[in-house]
Write a protein that binds this ligand. Structure first.
Ligand code: HEM
Length: 97
């Protein structure tokens, strides 16, 4: 199913979520690694280019992600077994939901 329902997320939300998650973690790791590279180390030129290029892709994905979230508000309810702290954390990191 493309769109979110109150029972499950649709594949577009899931896909956008995982693409942005993988890019964020990858960019963070590469960012930390590349700032310690010396002039003669492998990746001294390539990694910052990779980092900037994919960083801009990640930034560009935020807009369609936000539009999709605001346009499709029927997302799944928390499961009954979710504790209060889990619900609070979940809600606080998903302000647009
Ligand atoms: C979620 C994590 C990150 C994202 C989305 C991200 C995104 C970006 C973007 C879009 C740029 C290009 C902006 C510009 O050139 O003005 C950039 C540049 C840069 N980032 Fe990150 N970044 C992340 C994490 C990090 C970390 C953890 C470090 C290092 C501690 C880092 C170090 C740098 C450096 C040094 C540049 C400039 C590269 C150059 O101009 O040669 N980044 N980042």
């Amino acid at each position: 199913m493309l769109t979110d329902t109150t029972k499950s997320y649709g594949w577009l939300s899931i896909g956008l979520h995982w693409i942005t998650a993988v890019l964020t973690l990858g960019l963070f790791a590469v960012g930390l690694y590349m700032v310690d590279l010396g002039y003669y180390d492998a990746g001294y030129y390539e990694l910052p280019r990779w980092h900037i290029g994919w960083g801009l892709v990640l930034g560009a994905l935020m807009l369609p992600r936000l539009v999709w979230r605001l346009a499709h508000r029927g997302k799944p309810e928390p499961l009954p077994q979710h504790s209060k702290p889990i619900r609070w954390v979940s809600k606080s990191v998903q302000q647009w939901g």
